[in-house]
Every structure is written in structure tokens, then in C-alpha cells.
Design a protein around this ligand. Structure first.
Ligand code: PGA
Length: 250
């Protein structure tokens, strides 16, 4: 049995005040959902604040992105070692917004995946097709290619200790959630494709769905056999929504 994971991706949002309000607003639901892992990925500058706020509750946290470099002349970057110093558990890697706005190639994503694991964090590897790719029926090839790029560098066994987030690009921030059938079809494909390489990995790896998850759609999505929770953007900033999503994973 895989434990469901509900992870909030706050993206470029928050103030010192709203970060505190949000964590305080979700902590009771996170603590009560004993069979659900709950995590948030704040902007890097709020990591220390979040670390302090979650010290006495069950909420975990991670970075939204890290550098492949550990230290040195890399202006503006955050290293996985710095993030780990605050007892973070995760780092997202390969989010479509990083791929799109920061030109992160599969090769960069693979290098970051390795750096994240090497320094004791769990990578949450984001993959997913664009609308054009879905309409031309290449969704499965796209996710296989994105996974293979990382497996070729990190090895399949590295996937025993990672999370995969399937996020169709056309569903991110658009309000167009994939239907539970559409999502389950891709999740099942990802798992069976992984099983060809390692049954252990395929059985163990949590595969989250992401893309306009809301409290109203969470339960139905998370009840699918191969959907092990969600990576949540917009709705993770709204206390009642995120609480509803956590409860949907129970
Ligand atoms: P969304 O974002 O829930 O706002 O669609 C999800 C994500 O980008 O991780």
C-alpha cells in the first residue's frame, strides 16, 4: 500500500504573514490525516520560516527547485545542501514552468534529480505533455521520454526513492483538470512502463497527479488505483481548498 501524498506548490506566492496564516490554517487537517503525507514547497526565501512553523506538526516541506551546484559563483541559485540544512524532505524537479520559462532540458532535469538525491532530499520529478502533444496522441511517448532521460543518468533503482508527479501542461493553472479516467490512464501507463524495468520501483513509487486539483475533484482523482495523491498549485494557497484536498486523500 502506497501512502498518499498531498503536496502544495506555492510557486511565486506568499508574504511572511500569509505563510504563517496558511501553515496554521492547514496544520490541524494535516495532523488529523494520519494516513496522508502532507507537504508544501514554498519559495526558497520562506524555507526557514516554514521549517520553524512545521517543527511541531506533521507537515513536511521541500524546495521548488535547486541548483546542480553546491556552492560557488552561481548568482541567484539555491543549493540542495542549503535546503537540506533546514531539514527539508523534498525538492521538485522538472516542473513544466521551469522547463518552459527557464529552458530546463531533460538533461538539466536529470542532473538536478541526481544532485537532489545525492544531498539527501527526495526528488519530485514532474512530467507531462502539452495540449498539442495530447491532441497528436503522443502523451505516452512524451512521459516515457521524460522518465527515460532521468533513468539513463540516475539508474532505475534511484526511482525507489523519488516521487513522480504527472502534470499535463494543459491542466496546470488553467482550471481544466484532467478527468480521473484521463489521469488514471497515464498513471497506469507510467507504472506499467516502470514495471518493465523494476517491479519493486513500480509498486513503490508514489505517482501524484497535478493540474488544477481542487477540493471538489480531489477525492475522485485520488480514488484511482494508480493516483497516489496530488501536486497542487493554486488551490494550495487557499486554506479551505487545501484542507479539502488533504481530506480527499484520506
Ligand atoms: P495548479 O498547479 O494546481 O495551479 O494547476 C499545479 C502545479 O503546477 O504543480
Amino acid at each position: 500500500m502506497r501512502t498518499p501524498l498531498v503536496m502544495g506548490n506555492w510557486k511565486l506566492n506568499g508574504t511572511k504573514e500569509s505563510v504563517t496564516t496558511l501553515i496554521k490554517g492547514i496544520e490541524a487537517a494535516a495532523d488529523a490525516a494520519t494516513n496522508v503525507e502532507v507537504a508544501v514547497c514554498p519559495p526558497a526565501i520562506f524555507i526557514e520560516q516554514v521549517a520553524n512553523l512545521v517543527a511541531n506538526n506533521s507537515i513536511e516541506f521541500g524546495a521548488q527547485d535547486v541548483s546542480t551546484n553546491i556552492e560557488g559563483a552561481y548568482t541567484g541559485e539555491t543549493s540542495p545542501v542549503m535546503v537540506k540544512e533546514f531539514a527539508a524532505k523534498y525538492s521538485l524537479v522538472g516542473h513544466s514552468e521551469r522547463r518552459q520559462y527557464h529552458n530546463e532540458t531533460d538533461a538539466v532535469v536529470a542532473a538536478k534529480f541526481v544532485a537532489i538525491q545525492k544531498h539527501g532530499l527526495i526528488p519530485v520529478l514532474c512530467i507531462g505533455e502539452t495540449l498539442e502533444e495530447r491532441e497528436t496522441n503522443v502523451t505516452k511517448t512524451v512521459v516515457e521520454t521524460q522518465l527515460k532521460a532521468v533513468i539513463d543518468v540516475a539508474g532505475i533503482d534511484a526511482f525507489e526513492n523519488c516521487v513522480i508527479a504527472y502534470e499535463p501542461v494543459w491542466a496546470i493553472g488553467t482550471g481544466k483538470v484532467a478527468t480521473s479516467e484521463q489521469a488514471q490512464e497515464v498513471h497506469a501507463h507510467i507504472r506499467s512502463w516502470l514495471a518493465e524495468q523494476s517491479k519493486v520501483v513500480a509498486d513503490k513509487v508514489q505517482i501524484l497527479y497535478g493540474g488544477s486539483v481542487k477540493a471538489a475533484s480531489a477525492k475522485e482523482l485520488f480514488s484511482q488505483a494508480d493516483i497516489d495523491g496530488g501536486l497542487v498549485g493554486g488551490a494550495a494557497l487557499v486554506i479551505e481548498e487545501f484542507v479539502g484536498i488533504i481530506n480527499g486523500a484520506k
